[in-house]
Every structure is written in C-alpha cells, then in structure tokens.
Ligand binder design. Structure first.
Ligand SMILES: [Zn+2]
Length: 89
C-alpha cells in the first residue's frame, strides 16, 4: 500500500474551485440519508462543500452536483437553506 496522505479536499460543488473550508458551507448526508446544511461542520456523514455565494449555489442546483457528490437526493429546500447562508450585499 502506498502511503498516500489524503488531505481533506474542500471543493466547491458550484464553481469547482478548492478553497479553505472556513469560507465554505458544508452539506452533509446523514447516516439516515438526509441531506442537510451542516452549520457546525462537525456532523457525521459524507460531506460536500460550496462557496458562500449565490452563483455557486445556482450552479450546483443546475448541475445537481451536491446530489451527485453525496450520492443522495437533494431536497429543493436545501438550496433555499444554502441561499439564506450566502453573503448578501
Ligand atoms: Zn464556488
């Protein structure tokens, strides 16, 4: 086995850019199969990340990239929740 150290990647589901997790929103698929916004960043489950801006949320919604990343169905309300967390100005 090659000793490859896996660095957790925080890749945006919208624009595809990798960045520091602190500016990104975490979305998690819980062990029960629900896809929710993880405001604590500490929930167990498979995680996906997205930039905190509306264009990335819109792109992710269009491509269903969160659902594909998490291999789960994403409820429409998820995107509303994400938009609420975007920087508004
Ligand atoms: Zn992005």
């Amino acid at each position: 086995m090659p000793a490859v150290k896996r660095i957790p990647e925080r890749k945006c589901c919208g624009c595809g850019e990798s960045g520091p997790g602190k500016d990104m929103i975490r979305i998690v698929r819980t062990p029960e199969g629900d896809v929710i916004v993880d405001d604590t960043g500490k929930k167990n489950g498979r995680g996906a990340y997205i930039c905190r801006n509306e264009s990335c949320v819109a792109k992710a919604e269009k491509k269903n990239s969160i659902g594909r990343s998490l291999k789960a169905d994403t409820p429409g309300t998820l995107y509303e929740e994400l938009r609420k967390r975007c920087k508004g100005d």
